[in-house]
Design a protein. Structure first.
Length: 430
């Protein structure tokens, strides 16, 4: 049986050489591995942690290698060793060094094992000094100290100031909380809690001012989700509370016709159905077949029958000759509000992409507007915290479409609201 660190090295190597997100690679590797829960958690911690702290780890490595470029696997091994030494308290230093050196020998880097041993032990001898330098770096150079792209740090500091910037960067580097929404189409909140008790789930109810009822729980610990009968039976759906704001703003009613323009993977779609008691029509659109399949699978698991799934060109309301009562545009965005969950996204997004996305978002909003009946509601949402993708898009839309009025808008920010970043605007066709 493979050791957790061996799997972590392979995951990180695949990530460095390919185009897949680290979460996708992890899921694929876990599907073919027979690991104990503790080993699964260690693999995920190592893989995610190294990617999160990549810039800071490379800064440490560059100091001892005079900036020389290392081979991919050798760089990964050094990152793994340093991450375990300076970021994981539960792994003894000697074990971190020994395991990393052994991994070098087992992955074809035996001749370099002495070099790896020297680098790691050198840092061990200076642990106290290095720890102080790492803390100082967070104030002197937040981009390196918190391992984020410089352009993003500069943008956020200009908007919110240095103190808030540090809070947001620290949030992004903290493992995300797992939240669950009770699916009242399948169960009651009381019954779900009783089932979780039997399954060994540790959970606490959480209240948010934009969610009515006791629907949201924080899962402190639980078996693998796919192995839980309560998950298989569709008694709950895992999603951050920030994603519920758009549906709350929409306020769907039983019997209405709803259009969800960008519906995958289906969290908002199924919550709309839940608020409608699964009575009415929800047209769930997405341009990608595999993503539409995700919506279909989630609807089936959660017992939702009011949803019709289609590609955008096929999304004609089959039951009405008039447009929809309410339309949701959960637009593709830079995802800067969810960097805590999307571990490697910080290294993928580029500043120029924000302007490109804003143009696409405005196009989507204008297309959606044509589907709203007079007096109907149009809701626009993103998981971005960038004004260009949020209030600027809505302002341009309202300026060009006088028959739509902005009724309400809200930005959720991690450092204020304790959830992922999200923006939602509610407009009414007059």
């Amino acid at each position: 049986m493979e050791k957790p660190r061996e799997i972590a090295v392979r995951i990180l190597k695949r990530h460095a050489e390919g185009q897949q997100f680290i979460e996708e690679i992890l899921e694929e590797e876990f599907a073919g591995a027979h690991l104990q829960p503790a080993d699964r958690r260690l693999v995920q911690e190592l893989a995610f942690g190294v990617v999160r702290w990549q810039a800071t780890l490379d800064w440490l490595i560059a100091e001892r290698t005079k900036g020389r470029t290392q081979k991919t696997v050798l760089q990964i091994l050094l990152r793994l060793g340093l991450y375990q030494m300076f970021w994981l308290d539960r792994i003894p230093d000697h074990a971190a060094v020994h395991e990393t050196v052994q991994m070098a020998k087992e992955t074809g880097f035996g001749p370099q094992s002495g070099f790896i041993n020297a680098v790691l032990r050198g840092y061990l001898r200076e642990r106290e000094t290095i720890e102080k330098r790492l803390q100082l770096l967070k104030h002197e150079n937040p981009s390196l100290g918190f391992s984020h792209p410089p352009w993003l740090c500069e943008r956020w500091e200009k908007r919110w100031g240095a103190e808030v910037l540090q809070k947001l960067l620290e949030w992004n580097n903290t493992p995300p909380i797992t939240f669950a929404r009770a699916n009242t189409l399948r169960t009651t909140v009381e019954n779900l809690a009783a089932v979780w008790e039997k399954e060994g789930v540790r959970f606490v109810p959480r209240q948010f001012d934009w969610v009515t009822g006791d629907l949201v729980f924080e899962l402190r610990s639980h078996p693998p989700l796919v192995e839980m009968p309560s998950f298989q039976q569709g008694l709950f759906y895992v999603q951050d509370p920030s994603t519920l704001l758009a549906v709350t703003f929409m306020a769907p009613q039983p019997g209405e016709a709803i259009l969800d323009l960008c519906s995958a993977p289906g969290g908002k779609t199924t919550f709309i159905a839940q608020l409608m008691n699964d009575r009415g029509l929800i047209m769930a659109q997405d341009p990608h077949m595999l993503r539409r399949k995700m919506v279909e699978e989630n609807c089936q698991r959660l017992g939702v029958t009011s949803v019709r799934i289609a590609a955008p060109a096929e999304g004609v309301n089959p039951q009405l000759s008039t447009p929809y009562d309410r339309v949701l545009v959960d637009a593709p965005c830079s995802n800067t509000g969810v960097l805590r969950r999307r571990v490697d996204l910080r290294w993928r997004i580029q500043e120029a992409e924000i302007q490109r996305l804003a143009r696409r978002q405005l196009d989507l909003l204008e297309s959606a507007a044509k589907e709203v009946r007079p007096g109907g509601i149009l809701v626009y949402s993103t998981c971005s915290v960038e004004p260009e993708e949020n209030e600027h898009v809505v302002a341009k839309f309202v300026e060009a479409h006088k028959h739509f009025a902005l009724e309400e808008e809200r930005m959720l920010l991690p450092f204020n609201d304790g959830v992922d970043g999200a923006y939602v605007a509610r407009l009414r066709r007059t």
